[in-house]
Design a protein around this ligand. Structure first.
Ligand code: FAD
Ligand code: SF4
Length: 397
């Protein structure tokens, strides 16, 4: 057994006791380690410092006059890609797992921080330091719940590892970057995914039970670019539920407060980001932020089919209309939701414009959430790029 021992959830560490961010804590795992001493500077919910950390990680912060930078963060290349031979059971085609495996195979790193699941529950996250491709592959597919990835950081130090790859979402990566220089590493690689609307394990159960016809057989799901949630079931079947048919009233309070106040959807501080929302259906979306990200991309380029990113449509009207609809918890009858889904798929935003649609919808919602629930935090917590995005819309009080 070469992976680090599974994270054990400490009963003593309830939010609010050793979680200084209290109810805003995203359970990123940082406070389970002795690095907790740095939490006031490092925690994404206590000290928003995206621009400063971008400068350190990428050599510059994002240019708000350049629309791609403004929305997607510092980048030197962007593309749509998919694996020529997808990995069975991966979330998409398995680009993330493939990069991590090649990083180990090539000897560029000695270990990979990633998230497997517990034996009893496919959605219960279990962070590990994988040292073999088999252990990386065992972590494939999203655990769509808050995951304490950084809880294994101490084990990195104890293991004497000098070259490490960390896979994670924005809040985890911000805390990681804040203590990067204290980890004693010669080289850190950061492979990120975008992340939004994450939930606790209980919240996930409520979502599955409210939305899927067969919650117990769901193996993974994704909010897709065709405006439908695609649930994949154990027997390989795909169930599609239009966004507009979701039971918004029931689901409004399942999202973690951390995710309702997050403005780092695109994982600004990773070297390379792999998501899907800026790409056409069936492709993944890759954002190379710096030379370290390019180095990772080059390791797998021959295994990928790529195409340039494109952008089509205009999101603004749809986003503006979605603001009061969300506030009122509007849910359409399923026949109307399906019809709306078909229409919007034809005429709605596509490619990078779909990604902007998703960013705008979430940032306006989150801005209102912070303004109403944490007004004293609003000014410092919302980054400049997000204020500029939100500023395009008329918001209710
Ligand atoms: P795989 O090869 O299947 O690997 C998945 C990797 O994700 C594994 O290495 C695993 O360690 C890691 N992982 C799994 N669960 C977690 C977790 N909870 N926290 C941190 N790391 C985890 N992309 C978008 O474009 N838009 C979105 O709105 C979006 N939301 C996301 C929400 C969550 C919670 C997560 C984890 C990812 C999200 N993504 C989003 C990214 C997208 O769903 C895919 O993960 C990404 O495209 C990689 O697919 P893959 O097949 O290459 O990954
Ligand atoms: Fe600690 Fe992470 Fe929670 Fe912040 S989000 S309080 S760093 S565990």
């Amino acid at each position: 057994m070469t992976s680090a021992s599974p994270h054990k959830k400490s009963k003593a560490l309830k939010p609010g006791s050793r979680r200084p961010a209290k109810e805003l804590c995203s359970e990123c795992g940082f406070c389970d380690t002795h690095y907790i001493h740095y939490v006031k500077e490092a925690c994404a919910f206590l000290n928003q410092q995206v621009a400063e950390l971008e400068e350190e990680a990428h050599g510059r912060s994002r240019n708000l006059d350049n629309s791609d930078d403004w929305y997607f963060g510092v980048n030197q290349d962007m593309m749509a890609a998919r694996k020529k031979e997808p990995i069975e059971g991966a979330q998409w085609t398995g680009i993330v797992s493939t990069i991590a495996c090649e990083m180990l195979n090539s000897g560029k790193v000695e270990g990979v921080v990633c998230v497997q699941n517990s034996e009893e529950d496919r959605f219960q996250p279990m962070p590990v330091i994988a040292r073999t491709p088999e252990e990386v592959l065992a972590a494939r597919v999203n655990k769509p719940t808050l995951s304490p990835n950084l809880s294994v950081l101490e084990q990195v130090e104890q293991s004497g590892m000098k070259r490490l790859l960390v896979i994670g979402v924005g809040c985890q990566i911000q805390a990681l970057r804040a203590v990067e220089k204290k980890l004693g590493l010669e080289k850190l690689y950061v492979l990120g995914t975008p992340c939004v609307d994450n939930v606790t394990r209980e919240g996930l159960q409520k979502f599955l039970e409210t939305t899927s016809k067969s919650p117990e057989t769901v193996v993974h799901y994704e909010f897709m670019q065709d405006f439908r949630v695609h649930f994949k079931h154990e027997d390989g079947s795909i169930e599609k539920v239009p966004f507009f048919g979701l039971n918004t009233k029931e689901l409004k309070d399942i999202f973690a407060p951390s995710c309702m106040s997050c403005f780092d959807y695109v994982n600004s501080l990773a070297d390379l980001v792999v998501g899907y929302m800026g790409a056409p259906l069936s492709y993944q979306w890759m954002v190379v932020r710096n030379d370290t990200g390019q180095e990772m991309l080059e390791l797998v380029e021959d295994q990928l089919e790529t195409q340039p990113v494109t952008s089509q449509g205009d999101r603004h009207k749809a986003v503006q209309q979605s603001i009061p609809a969300y506030e009122k918890g509007v849910t359409l009858p399923m026949w109307a939701a399906r019809l709306m889904g078909v229409v919007i798929e034809r005429i709605g935003p596509k490619g990078l414009e779909y990604a902007r649609f998703s960013i705008d919808s979430h940032f306006t919602r989150n801005y209102l959430y912070v303004k109403r629930n944490y007004p004293e935090k609003l000014e410092a917590h919302v980054p400049e790029y997000a204020k500029q995005i939100v500023g395009q819309y008329e918001l209710p009080e």
